[in-house]
Design a protein around this ligand. Structure first.
Ligand code: ATP
Length: 255
């Protein structure tokens, strides 16, 4: 819910051999916030979101996400608690339709519990229809309902990225992590994506946006965290970040 702590990282670190991919990171995200995470290549952004989503374990510090500790909780438990994400590299099934791709992401929601099986004995067919309806709603949410039967590989690049968001929505997340969703998009597509993120946030979703398109991040996010060499070098509003000398020197000046 709004204002509640969704992510709380204290002194979080991740070492790979001698490399400090993340070092002493304090980061808080509250419900309903759209937080941007920026920084140069290799700054540690992916490492950080991998720890938040439970895909990798911190070497030091503590992470609390939606009341769970992803440093120790299994990754499927973190997902079930309401964390969903897209990846830098597309993970769509090219041969499947847009709708089927989303249905794959919704299997968590669609799986009948033992109790429901016992009480209703729903047929597999009914289950599939329910799942398809839910998937269609997710496609509508990103404006792809007209493309439900189109094979993923036949969609435009921008539509493929939106489809990945639709699939991430299928598990009904409360925290949505987007890893460079605007990469490769043109201006029009990136603007539409920014609007979509804004409307998802209005629906109550908390969003963590990793992006190299700084203009898009500034337009979309209420607060921005800047990483450099694995450490947080600044946190603030888009305006504060744009005028922060350390950020300009480490990142903005060169882009
Ligand atoms: P990009 O913007 O290019 O995606 P990033 O900010 O996401 O970069 P990370 O991918 O998190 O950065 O990498 C941070 C540092 O950790 C880099 O120096 C990288 O080489 C190192 N690193 C990341 N993953 C591993 C790994 N599995 N083994 C060894 N080193 C790694």
């Amino acid at each position: 819910a709004h204002g509640e702590s969704v992510v709380n990282l204290v002194g979080l670190g991740k070492d790979y051999g001698g490399v400090h991919a993340n070092k002493d990171i304090d980061l808080h995200i509250t419900g309903g916030e759209v937080l941007g995470l920026i920084g140069p290549n290799g700054a540690g952004k992916t490492t950080l979101v991998n720890m938040i989503s439970g895909l990798s374990r911190p070497t030091s510090g503590t992470a609390e996400v939606l009341g769970l500790h992803p440093g120790t909780a299994a990754v499927h438990k973190v997902a079930a608690a309401g964390v969903s994400r897209t990846f830098q590299q597309s993970k769509l099934f090219g041969q499947l339709s847009a709708l089927e791709n989303v249905m794959v992401g919704g299997h968590l929601v669609g799986r009948p519990t033992f109790l429901r099986r016992l009480l209703w004995l729903p047929s597999a067919r009914q289950d599939e229809q329910r799942l398809a309806l839910h998937a269609l709603r997710c496609l509508e949410r990103v404006g792809l309902e007209d493309k439900q039967t189109t094979r993923a590989s036949a969609l435009s690049y921008g539509d493929q990225r939106r489809l990945e968001i639709a699939r991430a929505l299928a598990s009904d997340p409360s925290l949505l992590i987007l890893d460079e969703p605007a990469a490769g998009m043109n201006h029009v597509e990136a603007d539409a994506l920014s609007d979509l993120i804004g409307s998802l946030a209005q629906d109550g979703l908390t969003i963590l946006l990793i992006e190299h398109n700084v203009g898009m991040v500034m337009k979309t996010c209420s607060r921005i965290v800047v990483l450099n060499f694995g450490e947080v070098i600044a946190t603030g509003t888009p305006e504060e970040i744009a005028n922060n000398p350390a950020v300009v020197e480490a990142y903005l000046g060169s882009s």
